[in-house]
Ligand binder design. Structure first.
Ligand code: ATP
Length: 333
């Protein structure tokens, strides 16, 4: 049986990119009978980027309600908060002790931060915490705690899955075959949605269109998407348009072809955005209602997560017990 694992960092409000790139495909896949799905709120990860407790807390609630509103069935999948499974933190340490520093030196997130500092004439390590530096190890722990073999990710995360394989391989080499080497499952080309400013839509860039804002705010968000200065009547390039990309992510192939034609005919940006709003809003209206109900009932969501955390721990406890004895942390007899 395949074990599939998906997490979302609880560092802000979930957005259309999270939905299209992670939540929607993960829930669809979990409806197939042939896999065990693990969905988690990556709240330890959130602490790397976000030192605002109120934001982390709010985000945990929003992301939990989002998963449930989008149709996640907590009876069928294992749905939990990372921080409710302390075995993940313990595994993180066991893995840290077999991970070469040189491997972490090559991680994109760390290298990106160093490059940005160098470009600003700062000390290369300015503002970089050990959390950021070692974050691929925590991600490996998330995956290996459950021996997940399929990890759906965006292209930017492929390197981290490769690192998880390296780390698992190293541990297996030293202590015996404990871990299955995970594989990245990468969405189709173009599945990364761009945000309002044209960069990847991301909670950390403040360029998102939130998933379950009010209708009015959704419309406002869509109206803020950056477009070029082409006038109505001038043909527009669908291959270079955030409006088109988001439309495509929600549309049927027929609707997408229709929109492609409208672009060639020079649809006005205002009109294209109106169409986009209609399409997205129709699909989100029902889950939005559910989301609001769940946000108004945190005790219910808490109960679901606690049960999920227990379910996750049953597996993680067993694994960590095996690993402790593999590395020499065994009770005296
Ligand atoms: P952060 O800025 O905190 O990293 P994020 O908004 O970029 O957050 P993550 O929580 O890191 O998102 O990612 C959760 C999931 O959502 C991942 O599977 C990721 O691939 C997917 N995802 C995030 N942003 C996008 C996007 N713009 N388009 C498609 N998928 C995305």
């Amino acid at each position: 049986k395949e074990i599939v694992l998906t997490g979302i960092t609880t560092s802000g409000t979930p957005h259309l990119g999270n939905y299209v790139g992670a939540i929607r495909p993960a829930i669809e896949a979990s409806r197939q009978e042939d896999n065990d799905a693990y969905f988690f709120l990556a709240d330890y990860h959130a602490l790397i980027k976000c030192q605002d407790p109120a934001r982390v807390q709010q985000s945990r609630q929003e992301i939990a309600a989002t998963w449930l509103a989008c149709g996640l069935d907590p009876e069928k999948v294992t749905f939990y908060r990372q921080s409710d499974v302390p075995e993940i933190a313990e595994l993180n340490w066991l893995l840290t002790c077999v991970t070469a520093k040189g491997l972490m030196n090559r991680a994109h997130a760390y290298k990106g931060a160093v490059d940005a500092n160098t470009a600003d004439n700062q000390d290369p390590d300015f503002g970089i915490t050990m959390g950021l530096f070692c974050y691929p190890i925590l991600m490996a722990a998330d995956i290996l705690a459950f021996n997940a073999n399929k990890v759906p990710v965006g292209r930017d995360q492929i390197q981290h899955i490769e690192m998880a394989r390296d780390i698992a391989g190293r541990f297996n080499h030293l202590f015996g075959e404990h871990f299955v080497l995970p594989e990245a499952v990468v969405g189709e080309e173009g599945s990364i949605l761009k945000g309002l400013d044209g960069r990847k839509m991301s909670k950390s860039y403040n360029n998102t269109i939130p998933l379950f804002e009010t209708e009015k705010k959704l419309q406002k968000g869509i109206n803020k998407i950056k477009t070029n200065l082409l006038e109505p009547g001038e043909p527009k390039d669908p291959n270079d348009s955030t409006v088109f990309d988001i439309y495509k992510a929600f549309a049927t192939p027929e609707q997408t072809e229709q929109m492609r034609k409208h672009f060639a005919e020079g649809i006005a940006w205002g009109e294209a955005k109106k169409e986009l709003f209609k399409l997205v809003n129709d699909q989100l209206a029902e889950p939005r209602e559910k989301y609001l109900e769940l946000m108004a009932n945190p005790a219910h969501v808490e109960q679901v997560l606690q049960a999920g955390g227990e379910k996750a721990r049953v597996h993680a406890r067993k694994r960590i017990a095996d690993l402790r004895s593999a590395v020499g942390l065994v009770n005296f007899k």
